[in-house]
Design a protein around this ligand. Structure first.
Ligand code: SF4
Length: 295
């Protein structure tokens, strides 16, 4: 019934932690849409939705999701919207849904940086408490190669600015992003950036190549050499071994991952490293990951 009432602009993506959230498409597509590995929104042109349309969708959703605790603002980086555009949307959500645990969205570090400290605090006070940021890696060389449009420093600045305003972050790192050549620096610089920003949540996903290795090669200066599953585990192990920040809720349970891991870093580092070591021993070293049935 809901599907007849709200017409989502497909495809719609949301983080696993938002599986039970009401989803409001405040924007369509991704305003950046240029990352070499990402095909999520290549079928869409970025657009900010009209507030009047959103208002009626929020009202409809509030009737179907009675008692909803969480709202996720889609698509790719709804946080790119200015505070002036986000505030009426958040106010309408709060008015229609009543008491919520949190509102969240995907964001790029630059989306955070374009807002002032007081704007960020204002958004936080209206319930926007969590931003999902796919930083992918802390390695500047790799960030450039994948055309992320961010650097180690711009990422740290953006994330810390959100934290200072009381907004938590959930950070995503992409295992296998640099292939064999960049594996070590990817793991070490990613651990370094996590130690600097100390996010509340951290997850690792594994690079998926739905259009094949060659398609990605073209966008990666031809330097990408796919890693075996064992090499991916070794990269992840090196990453976890080097995380010193504390009280980070860690999950590596995305459909793209070859081993399910969860724990609290750095308290559970030894246990996670041991699990990875066992997986390394038990996996043939000539096995490559298959592309999951998703982009
Ligand atoms: S990875 Fe994120 S920022 Fe990059 S193109 Fe995809 S959705 Fe946009």
């Amino acid at each position: 019934m809901l599907l007849n009432t709200i017409k989502y602009d497909e495809p719609v993506f949301r983080p696993p932690g938002e599986a039970r959230s009401a989803i409001i498409q405040a924007t369509l597509g991704c305003s950046w849409n240029k990352c070499a590995f990402c095909e999520m929104y290549t079928s869409k042109n970025f657009k900010s939705r009209n507030f009047e349309e959103l208002k009626s969708e929020i009202e409809t959703l509030s009737r179907y999701y009675k008692g909803a605790k969480k709202i996720f603002l889609a698509d790719g980086n709804a946080f790119v919207l200015s505070a002036n555009k986000l505030i009426p949307i958040l106010d309408e959500i709060n008015k229609q849904f009543g008491k919520l645990q949190r509102i969240s969205s995907y964001a790029l570090p630059k989306d955070i940086m374009i807002k002032s400290e007081s704007e960020l605090k204002d958004l936080r006070s209206r319930g926007l408490k969590l931003l999902y940021v796919g930083i992918e890696t802390g390695d500047n060389e790799l960030l450039k190669l994948i055309n992320k449009g961010e650097t180690f420093n711009s990422t740290v600045d953006g994330i810390l600015k959100a934290h200072n305003a009381g907004i938590d972050t959930s950070i995503m790192i992409l295992n296998g992003l640099g292939g064999k050549k960049y594996s070590q620096q990817h793991a070490l610089k990613s651990a370094e950036i996590i130690n600097k920003i100390s996010p509340k949540f951290l997850s690792t996903l594994t690079l998926s190549l739905p259009y094949g290795v060659e398609h990605f090669q073209e966008k990666f200066n031809g330097e990408y050499q796919q890693q075996t599953i064992v090499e991916l585990f070794e990269e992840l192990k090196l990453f976890i071994e080097n995380i010193k920040a504390e009280n980070i809720i860690f999950r590596s349970n995305h459909v793209s991952n070859n081993l399910n891991l969860k724990g609290t870093l750095s308290k559970d580092n030894d246990q996670l490293v041991e699990m990875l070591q066992q997986a390394i021993i038990n996996t043939p070293n000539n096995k490559y990951p298959s592309a999951p049935d998703m982009l």
